[in-house]
Ligand binder design. Structure first.
Ligand code: SF4
Length: 334
C-alpha cells in the first residue's frame, strides 16, 4: 500500500489516519516483521492487527550464497508460490534483481522461468517485499526488474511497487534507481514513458533480426522487432534518454558475424547502448555458454561499427544465479 492507502486502511478500521502512517513508517524500519515490532503502536492495537492481518507477505524458503557476495533467495509467498530475488553487492552499490510474476508467459528458450508458463502476477506488496527482505542486510541502492516474469504484463503492480519504494516516509528510493527490463510490449513501453519517465527501461533484444529473435524470444511473433523498436524510439524521445538494448550471448544461436552486424545496425540507427550478457547455463536448456574469445570477438565487431557497448561480468557463477533456476530446483525436490 502507498502511504495514502495505509492511512485510509487505518481509517477503515475505525483508527485515526496517523496510525496508518505509523504502520507505513514502521514497516520500513529494520527488524519489523509483525505489527508488535512497531513500538509506537499501543500493545493492544498491535496484537489485534497481528491477529487480523499479515504485515509481511512471505518468508525465505531457501538461500544460496556465492563466493563473490551474490545472494539468491527463494521466497515462499503466503499461498506457497515460490519467487526468486537476487542481491548483487558491489563496493558502492547494492542492487536487487526482482521478479514480477510467478513463472513467465514469454518462454525465452534460454530461461528456466518460462519453462512452465506463468502462474500468477505478484502483487505490489510481494514485489516490495523482495527489496525490503535484502534491504535489511544492507541498504538497497538499485532495483532491476530482471527476475522471473515480464514486468510489463504486470504493469500496474510494478509501477505501484516503484511508487511505494519511492515514498519519502518509506525507503525513499530515487526513481532513477529502477530499471525495468522488457521482452517487448509496445503499448506498455509507451505508457511507461508517460507514467514514470524517470525509470529506466531496457529492451531485451537478444537478436536483431526477426527470424533469429522469434526462435529465441517467442513473443517476437506477436510483436515483431520493427513494432517494438518504434515504441522504444518513442519512449527514448519522451524521456530524453539513450535506449538500452540487452543481448544475451548464446553460443551457436545469435553470435555469427551476421548477427553482430545486424545488432550494430539497429544500435546505430537508434543510437542505443548495448549490454552484452554471456549466457549463464541453465539445466534443461540446450544453450551453451560462449567461450570468452567468442564473446570478445563479437563485442569487438559490434564496437568497431561505432556502437557503445558493455560486456556484463558474470556474478553468482557458483550458485543457481540464472533466472528461474533455484525455483525449479526447489519445485523438483518438492
Ligand atoms: S528471460 Fe524474462 S521474459 Fe524471457 S522467459 Fe525468462 S523471465 Fe520471461
Amino acid at each position: 500500500m502507498s502511504l495514502a492507502e495505509t492511512r485510509s486502511w487505518a481509517e477503515s478500521l475505525g483508527l485515526p489516519g496517523y496510525r496508518g502512517q505509523q504502520v507505513f513508517e514502521g514497516l520500513y524500519a529494520p527488524g519489523t516483521n509483525r505489527f508488535a515490532d512497531i513500538s509506537v503502536l499501543p500493545r493492544e492495537l498491535a496484537e489485534r492487527l497481528d491477529a487480523e492481518h499479515r504485515l509481511i507477505p512471505g518468508e525465505e524458503s531457501r538461500r544460496q550464497e556465492s563466493a563473490d557476495g551474490t545472494v539468491k533467495s527463494l521466497l515462499r509467498m503466503h499461498d506457497g508460490k515460490l519467487v526468486e530475488c537476487v542481491s548483487i553487492p558491489t563496493e558502492d552499490r547494492h542492487t536487487i534483481c526482482v521478479s514480477s510474476q510467478v513463472g513467465c508467459a514469454v518462454g525465452c528458450t534460454f530461461c528456466a522461468s518460462g519453462l512452465n508458463g506463468v502462474e500468477r502476477d505478484l502483487t505490489a506488496g510481494e514485489i516490495v517485499y523482495q527489496i525490503l527482505f535484502h534491504h535489511r542486510r544492507r541498504p538497497v541502492t538499485n532495483v532491476v526488474f530482471m527476475g522471473s516474469g515480464e514486468p510489463l504484463f504486470n504493469y500496474d503492480n510494478v509501477v505501484k511497487a516503484i511508487r511505494v519504494l519511492a515514498e519519502p516516509r518509506g525507503l525513499g528510493m530515487g526513481k532513477r534507481r529502477f530499471t525495468v527490463s522488457t521482452s517487448g510490449v509496445p503499448k506498455r513501453i509507451r505508457q511507461l514513458g508517460v507514467d514514470e519517465p524517470q525509470v529506466t527501461l531496457a529492451f531485451s533484444l537478444h537478436a536483431a533480426d526477426d527470424e533469429t529473435r522469434s526462435r529465441i524470444v517467442p513473443i517476437n511473433r506477436r510483436w515483431p522487432l520493427a513494432e517494438v523498436m518504434d515504441a522504444m524510439d518513442e519512449y527514448s524521445a519522451a524521456v530524453n534518454r539513450r535506449m538500452t538494448l540487452e543481448y544475451v550471448l548464446l553460443a551457436e544461436s545469435n553470435m555469427t558475424d551476421a548477427h553482430a552486424d545486424s545488432l550494430a545496425a539497429v544500435a546505430q540507427k537508434y543510437r542505443a547502448h548495448v549490454n552484452l550478457i554471456p549466457f549463464n547455463p541453465v539445466f534443461e536448456t540446450t544453450h551453451q555458454r560462449p567461450e570468452t574469445e567468442a564473446v570478445n570477438a563479437f563485442a569487438a565487431r559490434v564496437a568497431a561499427q561505432g556502437v557503445n557497448i558493455t560486456v556484463r561480468g558474470q556474478r553468482g557463477a557458483d550458485i543457481d544465479a540464472a533466472c528461474g533456476q533455484l525455483r525449479r530446483r526447489e519445485m523438483s525436490q518438492g
